[in-house]
Design a protein around this ligand. Structure first.
Ligand SMILES: [Zn+2]
Length: 329
C-alpha cells in the first residue's frame, strides 16, 4: 500500500472491508491533527472507489479510464471543494453547487464522490446547506469531509458522518525517524502537535528553534539584553515565536510542578531549564502563558496587528517574569 502512510493502514483496511461488503457509508469524516496526510488518504480513497480494477489491497490501478481521468483532474463524477483562500470560509453557494453535483446521476462511474477540505471552515449557512444533503443522502454518492478541528463542526453534521479518526501512532514516529535520521524527531513531533508530515516540514526550522530557545533562556537568565533579544528574533515568523514560547513556558511550569524532566518537550538545554524552573515564580509564568495565548489570538485575528510591537511585547513580558530572580542560572 505504497500510496498510504503506515499510520493509515488500519483505517484503509476497515474502509475496504466496508467497500467489499457494499456497506460503505454515505458520508465520512476524516478527522485528526494537521500533518497526518488526511487529504492524501481521501484522494487515494476516491481513486479506489472509482477505479475499475483496483489491486488486492483495494488501491487504484492508475491505468483504467476512471484512473486516467482522475489523474488529469477531469473526472466528471468527482468534485473537490475547498475554501477560496487560507483565511476564507467555505460559503453557502459553494456547498449548494456540491449538493447539486451529488444529486445528479453518475456519468461514467458507479457513484459520485465529493471531498471537502477543511470542512470546519464552512460558515453557518454553508454548514446548514450541507446538513440537508446529509439528512437525505443519495443512493450512489459518497461525501468525504476532512477536518483538523472536528469539534468546530456542527454536532449534527458530525453525527451524520462515519468518523474515521487519524492519530500519530508508533508507526508514525518510526516513519519520521527513518526520514530524518540526523534529527531529534521527538522534539519535532512535540512542537508540531504530533503530525509527522508537519514535523517533517518543521525539520528545517529546528536550528532556528534551538537558537531562539537559547536566546529566550539567555534573556531569562539576564545574560542577554532585551534589545539584543528583539534584534535576534526579528526575522522569525511571529506565530512560530509565540508557539515556541508557549512550549518553553509550559516546560518550565511542568519542571517546577512535577520536579521531573519526563514531560519536557524542548530538551536542548535541560540543565539551564531546570535552574530556571527552580527559581521561577509560578504565578508570573501562568500569567505570561495567558498573555501569550492572548497575543496568539490577536495575531490570528489579523485585526490591527503591529508585528513589531507584538514581538517587543512578547519578549518584554518574558523578561519581566524573571526580574525578581537574583542569581543567574
Ligand atoms: Zn483504475
Amino acid at each position: 500500500m505504497a500510496n498510504l502512510y503506515p499510520w493509515q493502514h488500519e483505517q484503509w483496511r476497515s474502509l475496504m472491508l466496508r467497500k467489499r461488503q457494499a456497506s460503505m457509508p454515505h458520508a465520512l469524516l476524516l478527522a485528526g491533527a494537521a500533518g497526518l496526510g488526511k487529504q492524501d488518504f481521501a484522494l487515494t480513497l476516491v481513486a479506489a472507489m472509482l477505479c475499475l480494477q483496483p489491486d488486492q489491497h483495494g488501491v487504484a490501478c492508475g491505468q483504467c479510464k476512471n484512473c486516467a481521468l482522475l489523474l488529469v483532474n477531469n473526472h466528471p463524477d468527482f468534485y473537490l471543494l475547498c475554501s477560496e483562500g487560507d483565511d476564507k470560509p467555505i460559503k453557502v453557494d459553494q456547498v449548494r453547487y456540491l449538493t447539486q453535483f451529488l444529486l445528479t446521476t453518475p456519468q461514467i462511474a458507479s457513484l459520485k464522490i465529493a471531498v471537502v477540505y477543511q470542512a470546519d471552515s464552512m460558515n453557518l449557512a454553508a454548514a446548514n446547506a450541507l446538513l440537508k444533503t446529509l439528512e437525505e443522502p443519495e443512493g450512489n454518492s459518497l461525501l468525504i469531509l476532512i477536518s483538523n478541528k472536528p469539534g468546530m463542526l456542527l454536532a449534527t453534521i458530525r453525527s451524520r458522518c462515519q468518523l474515521v479518526p487519524f492519530t500519530s501512532t508508533d508507526s508514525a514516529r518510526q516513519w519520521l525517524a527513518a526520514q530524518l535520521p540526523q534529527f531529534n524527531t521527538d522534539i519535532l513531533l512535540a512542537i508540531s502537535d504530533g503530525g509527522p508530515l508537519s514535523a517533517l516540514a518543521m525539520a528545517e526550522q529546528l536550528p532556528i528553534l534551538e537558537q531562539t530557545i537559547g536566546n529566550l533562556v539567555a534573556l531569562a537568565s539576564h545574560r542577554l539584553s532585551l534589545s539584543a533579544a528583539i534584534s535576534a528574533c526579528q526575522k522569525i515568523p511571529l506565530q512560530n515565536l509565540l508557539a515556541w514560547s508557549i512550549h518553553l513556558v509550559s516546560d518550565i511550569i511542568k519542571l517546577h510542578v512535577t520536579q521531573t524532566e519526563r514531560f519536557v518537550v524542548l530538551r536542548m538545554d535541560l540543565s539551564t531549564l531546570k535552574k530556571l524552573a527552580f527559581a521561577a515564580n509560578l504565578t508570573s509564568l501562568y500569567n505570561y502563558l495567558d498573555q501569550l495565548l492572548a497575543l496568539q489570538k490577536q495575531l490570528l485575528s489579523k485585526v490591527n496587528v503591529n508585528q513589531q510591537l507584538l514581538l517587543e511585547r512578547t519578549l518584554y513580558l518574558w523578561q519581566l517574569c524573571w526580574m525578581e530572580m537574583k542569581s543567574c542560572p
